[in-house]
Design a protein around this ligand. Sequence first.
Ligand code: 13P
Ligand code: SF4
Length: 314
Amino acid sequence: MNIVEEIRRLCTEKNAIIMAHYYQRPEVQDVADFIGDSLALAQVAAKTDADIIVMCGVHFMAETAKILCPSKKVLIPAPQAGCSLADSCKAEDLAAWKAVHPEHVVVSYVNTSAAVKALTDVVVTSSNALKIVNQLPEDKPVLFGPDQNLGSYINKMTGRQMDLWNGGCHVHARFSEEALLALKAQYPDAKVLAHPECKASILQHADVIGSTQALLNYAIANSPSPISNSEASHIRYIIATESGILHEMQKACPEVEFIAVPAEGGGCNECEYMRMCTLQNLHDCLLNESNEIIVDEAVAKDAIRPIQRMLEMS
Ligand code: 13P
Ligand code: SF4
């Protein structure tokens, strides 16, 4: 049996579900039961009847699944897979910020630790942040963190003046505007699809701004079907987010060309944390039921409320 077949056999034997984010390695996405963005991963975790959830993603994603499913075993193949954005906001620093703004509602991006979520009024993802902020009373001041780029984008779209935490994702921070402009000049008909974690200098050139799921949905809805492939070869999208999403885009729209915006200096646009999960550590983690996620009970009790509020408001 090859490793993929063995992983699938273990899933059946143990009633386990493999969930993967769109930024995972292509071969990990291909073996998963479910692939999604941060919101969809939380929604599926909340509803699954599997006994074991294997989260192929980064630590906060597995933690969110554990908080939503305390009685299930949640495993992470690469326990060292953190997130620079989540790390940019420590719980004690958020507590201090809250203390000087006691009248504010605290809105936290899902890319945060359980301890930060426990201090939060409502969690958001890039899929639902706009919708949720629009539901908050207009006269209520808001603290938004930790992603400053997403917060600025929401402020621009809603006209709100949320106070923003100065955090960010190192992958989305390094896309090159110069390279994007060169791609646009080379392919003037190509639409630019960008994730709101990108800097304003990138977002200003985007035709579509949204979560990984929203960008994928847009590409699917606006690409010709494979059968009518006469003009299809002329369709191109320029993608400004972690390049793992190109795998699912290419599978869903095989006739279309997807071009990833490079990082500054021609550097890499992959998230090294997301790439830590491999078929081998996924297999070993499932076989040994190792790398179980444990969340402190008191923290989980406070963290579940803003996550559930998010699921209700999405
Ligand atoms: P979404 O999954 O909400 O698109 O966010 C991307 C991300 O940065 C995950 O780390
Ligand atoms: Fe975190 Fe950025 Fe990696 Fe997403 S891409 S997991 S925000 S470091």
